[in-house]
Design a binder for this molecule. Structure first.
Ligand code: SF4
Ligand code: FES
Length: 215
């Protein structure tokens, strides 16, 4: 089970936090400093200190999915009307925003997945790319894609090939860090060992380097 820290709840919203998924991007702390107070004893999320809609907007800006919420008042929830996206981070992970279908039930809308191969919390990023000095462009040339229109509205299924790539199945658009569209796919395999010569895609290099997802 994910390592959950204290959550905070009002009559309108329940906020949850998965510490192992946080990469300290500080969107929460900078967005609502009265709510997200690292170091406060007994729980660092003080949900009652903000308007619920503002709180929802800041939680949705959390790229890692460490922060999630449940509305208790039938209010606005997190939806993805457009095509699911995979955004490349320069020398870092991939950011997924989609209606996610994954074996991990805690991941429903947002995730940062490791692509350097060094995370101790695979498939999620844990910032190991920084110490590993991982290099991977977030702005490659546009890539060859395929038509996805028939699948729009379907969730994005994310699976982990043992000692191999991340398999995405469903409509998805790969985008550069700038937001520039690179390619659309209905099924693709993305490198997560760090060794592919064709990043962000898997090119089979994981076999040559004996990539081990357990380490
Ligand atoms: S926005 Fe999310 S990833 Fe960033 S510090 Fe807050 S909880 Fe962690
Ligand atoms: S997972 Fe990196 S090349 Fe296949």
């Amino acid at each position: 089970m994910p390592n959950k820290q204290p959550s905070n709840e009002t009559d309108k919203i329940k906020v949850d936090y998965i510490a192992k998924r946080c990469i300290h991007s500080r969107k929460c702390v900078l967005g609502l400093p009265n709510v997200f107070k690292p170091g406060v004893k007994g729980g660092w999320i003080l949900a009652e200190n903000a308007d619920v809609e503002e709180l929802v907007d800041v939680i949705k800006s959390c790229p890692s999915g460490a922060l999630t919420f449940e509305r208790l008042d039938n209010g606005r929830v997190e939806t993805h009307n457009s095509i699911p996206t995979v955004r490349l981070w320069e020398n870092g992970p991939i950011e997924i925003r989609a209606d996610i279908s994954m074996s991990d039930d805690a991941t429903k809308s947002r995730a940062l997945l490791c692509r350097c191969g060094k995370s101790k919390n695979k498939p999620y990023c844990d910032n190991s790319h920084i110490d590993a000095d991982f290099k991977a462009t977030a702005d490659p040339k546009s890539l060859k894609g395929e038509a996805v229109e028939d699948l729009l509205g379907k969730p994005l299924n994310i699976a982990e090939a043992p000692n191999g790539p991340i398999i995405l199945e469903g409509p998805v658009e790969i985008i550069a860090s700038s937001g520039r569209s690179l390619a659309k796919h209905t099924k693709t395999a993305l490198c997560r060992c760090g060794a592919s010569k064709n990043k962000p895609y898997c090119d089979g290099s994981h076999a040559k380097i004996d990539f081990n997802t357990a380490s």
